[in-house]
Design a protein around this ligand. Sequence first.
Ligand code: ACM
Length: 561
Amino acid sequence: MLRFAYCLYVILIFTNSCSNSNPPIKNVQEAFAIIPKPHSIQILKGRFNLNKNTQVTGSKTLEVEGEYLCKFLSQSSKHTFNYSNNSNGDIILEIDTSINAQEGYNLNISNDKVVLKGKSKKGIFYGIQTLRQLLQSNNKSTEAKPSLYFPCTLINDQPQFNYRGMHLDVCRHFFSVDFVKKYLDIMALHKLNTFHWHLTEDQGWRIEILKYPKLTEVGAWRNGTIVGHYPGTDNDNKRYGGFYTQQEIKDIVDYAQQLHITIIPEIELPGHSSAAIAAYPFLSCFPQEASEVPNDMMSKGSKAAQSAGQAKIVQESWGVYKDVYCAGNEATFNFIEDVLTEVMELFPSKYIHIGGDECPKDYWKKSASCQAKIKELGIKDEHELQSYFIKRIEAFVNNNDKRIIGWDEILEGGLAPDATVMSWRGNKGGIAAAQENHQVIMSPNSHCYFDHYQSEDKENEPLAIGGFLPLEKVYNFNPIPDELEADKHHYILGGQANLWTEYIDSDEKAEYMLLPRMTALSEALWSSPEDRNYEEFKVRLNGFRDQYEYMGVNYAKHVFE
Ligand code: ACM
């Protein structure tokens, strides 16, 4: 009721502000379709009109952010805007260290000035995203480049969580540099700040490692892919793959930095390592043992290769494989440390994700060297061997001044001392880790797996892995589980949604699975629970749709019907 009264109040002020000389404007919910919802927003009378004399100014240190804003303004209007280094403009960017939150900003739009203050460059950047969403046109339908204005408002804003992430699996299917940049652009619009880049898998190794060229010469390519839902009806027998050169990685890292997005690379271990093993079979406990594809779905090319004596292949089907890095062989650790050394050079992120999920212990049980290692270490079983594996890698990463993140399986056999846990099998792992005073990122498959169907009408949906994750459920995601004691809440850094791509083989499909669910996620992570209301969000989302159209991204339109 209170919210309804507030909406009416806002509509009244806003309607009142439309003088006869101005063309009609969008209704208030559409004009203020800001997502994620700001912490506080006051809607004022009037508008700030952009014209050819509008100056965008601020300090030299905000040049990147200023140019970023000018790029949007120029693209949308008939004028060209450039950022200049002074404080006398009409749109002024300014660092204000008195703002509380590190990523916080204040925005004051009046008839003759726009003042955006941020605690940091990040705060300024998020304020710019809000400005971008507030940008209105006088007459969109008849002019290619219409006149633009911002409605007057006062906004104070800051996020609820510091970690606001999106993941992308580029291994099951590969995505181009241009698409990764577009993905980052979509994230930036939503004030998401962490990109978890899943770079190695059974089905493809996607990052150039100079010391081990076969990782990409061999490991980045598979001879075919199963057709249809796992375990498949056939194999398409098409060579498939791709990888990012180190130069491309640097370019993407730079691009992300300008968008204030940290990239966390994931190098999977000890499981999900078939592609690395295909490139360097010594990494397996059993280098001579032939790789298998479930239900005999192996491609003709791989069958021929195996007949000719090559045991290992890059995987062509989905699921989990028994052939994992051998934990009883020092050469495995040397290899991983070499790989991580190059990875840590490329990514400025404090965190390196080392995977740790879904590692069957079958080979370790049969392997003489793994069993000898268990004896030597005086540990109980293969779960403790996995824990030893992760702890050893953690020590190496820590020695390089970085920290590890692992999926919640890293709890099994004992957590590495400094590890951050990414809870995906529901909340349980996250709760257990927080109770052990470890940092946690919540990414439960109940609320954050965007490879699941977004409609129950599966007949009319593109093929997905399964499950059902509607928009409303994403919106209601709360990274802090009810069961977690209040004094442990601070261990929850935030949340993340994942886009696994077994069944996502094109940019358009990735965007379709992503949107509008990513939009709902952004509000779940940024806005406080007391500020959130799904029905009211849907009204804003309707206006926010324009952002998808401006960016030329695909999205699930049926959600709006
Ligand atoms: C996962 O979905 N296997 C982390």
